[in-house]
Design a protein around this ligand. Structure first.
Ligand code: SF4
Length: 472
């Protein structure tokens, strides 16, 4: 009897299951046709990203949400129709970047005037910083949003914010590497910097959420995570009451499939030395550190409110090199800060010559409203600012060539990013995408799949590039 009872249930269930499957199939078919019909009718949304990798990350999250709402979304496509929507994710950091953002908005505003674009939406840092001015000046933009306005932006497009998609995004980078934002905003008082005005206070993401995101990326083929934030080394202080980057690194390093973890945007003052222990301990954390130092003389560091002195900076660089002997150090400097004397500049030049950074970028000071430095007189001419940047980069070019020449004959693990002309182009663990050296491998007598790791023996070196052959 009993058996019959269960059997009946089973039959019923099977019956239900069969009919459920049929319904399910119907449902899937109808859903599919619905999506096809919908995407056919729906305007395409083209996202344009300006500025830094953190902005790129935000665009990827936005596109992931749009895709999650079954919207047709592209990134920087040049095929835009009259009904299509363009979202411009702007940068508002310094003069040049602001100009590029304004030029891009004007470019699409003109296209809209000519009926070649349906709607224009502007978001990101420039919009966060200058919304009222932009709304008054460029009136045919349909809507302006700030840096923390994703849900409203989506609503404007008739899309819902999908919580289930947290940690998911549509990558704009090749699938084998991804920028990985671990926090937003900044609590530092650097006098020249407008970023806290646009990105707000430092907010760390929970370790669990980041590990989940890393696993999702690894499952989709990511092998390299490039950790980014405004101030990477501040991670955890707000959330856990202590610097917690070392613990996060251990968790991320345990994620299957992740072969390289790279650190960008570390801050010198209060630098958490314990992360170097994890770097030594874990094979898959690149011996690479990007730490913008901005300047070196005590006068400039004090006026810039960097919270560190010349001696402490030099000690820190030496300590890092002692702890991780073959680490590649990248830094960023500013030339022409208010009050920078010729003597300050000469001191910085000799320091760059002595310190021999592996990678170095240098920018002209930009006099940004509402920053503390804006209360100072911008007394260095643009010509001298550019001259000083040029002199620093000339020194660095020589240093980079010498460092690269020392690599001839050595074999390095290289991640292949692309095929370009006759060459496969990749990077060693000492190189970040887009800003550092590349390894070029002639395709005539070598083959490597994009996204794969190969061993390359270096046989030629130039200022910022290495050449080599694939070896076993
Ligand atoms: S650390 Fe300084 S320079 Fe960097 S984002 Fe924060 S305030 Fe700006």
């Amino acid at each position: 009897m009993l058996r019959n009872h269960y059997f009946c249930i089973l039959v019923k269930r099977c019956g239900f299951y069969i009919s459920y499957r049929e319904n399910e199939q119907d449902r899937t078919i109808t859903m599919k046709t619905k999506i096809e019909k919908a995407s056919k009718k729906q305007p395409k949304i083209n996202v344009i990203t300006l500025g830094c990798s953190k902005n790129m990350y935000d665009s990827e999250v936005l596109m992931g949400q749009l895709r999650g709402n079954q919207m047709a979304v592209t990134h920087e496509s040049d095929k835009i129709g009259q009904d299509d929507i363009v979202i411009i994710n702007t940068c508002g950091f310094i003069d040049n970047a602001k100009q590029e953002s304004i030029d891009t908005i004007l470019q699409y505003s003109e296209l809209k005037e000519k009926g070649k674009v349906g709607k224009i939406i502007v978001t990101g840092c420039l919009s966060e910083r200058y919304k009222p001015e932009l709304e008054a000046e460029i009136t045919n933009v349909d809507a302006y949003f700030g840096t923390n306005d994703l849900q409203n932006l989506l609503k404007t497009l008739g899309a819902d914010y999908k919580y289930e998609l947290i940690g998911e995004r549509l990558l704009t980078t090749p699938s084998h590497f991804a920028y990985f934002k671990i926090a937003e905003g900044c609590n530092r008082p650097c006098s020249f910097c407008a970023i806290p005005l646009m990105r707000g206070k430092h907010v760390s993401k929970p370790v669990e959420e980041l590990v989940k995101e890393a696993k999702t990326l690894a499952n989709k083929g990511a092998k390299e995570l490039i950790l980014i934030a405004q101030d990477l080394t501040y991670y955890g202080l707000d959330l856990y009451g202590k610097r917690n980057l070392d613990e996060l690194l251990r968790h991320l390093s345990d994620v299957n499939g992740i072969e390289w973890i790279r650190l960008q945007y570390a801050y010198p003052s209060g630098f958490p030395m314990e992360i170097l222990d994890v770097m030594n301990e874990r094979e898959n954390i690149c011996k690479y550190l990007d730490m913008p130092l901005q300047h070196i003389t005590d006068t400039m560091l004090k006026s810039m409110r960097r919270g560190i002195t010349k001696q402490k900076t030099m000690d820190l660089v030496n300590e890092i090199r002692d702890k991780v002997p073959n680490i590649a150090l990248r830094t960023t400097l500013i030339c022409g800060y208010p009050g920078e004397t010729e003597q300050d500049f000469q001191e910085m030049k000799s320091w760059v010559e002595e310190t021999r950074f592996d990678r170095l970028g240098c920018f002209t000071y930009s006099h940004e409203e509402k920053t503390h430095a804006h209360t100072l007189t911008d007394n260095i001419s643009q010509e001298i600012k550019e001259q000083r940047v040029e002199e620093i980069m000339e020194i660095q070019q020589g240093i980079s060539l010498e460092i690269n020449q020392q690599k001839i004959g050595n074999t390095y693990k290289v991640l292949i990013d692309k095929k370009e002309g006759d060459f496969f182009v990749g990077r060693t663990e000492f190189d970040s995408p887009e800003v550092d050296n590349e390894v070029l491998i002639h395709a005539g007598d070598n083959y490597a799949a994009v996204g794969s790791f190969v061993n390359v023996k270096i046989d030629r070196a130039e200022d910022f590039d290495l050449y080599g052959q694939i070896v076993k």
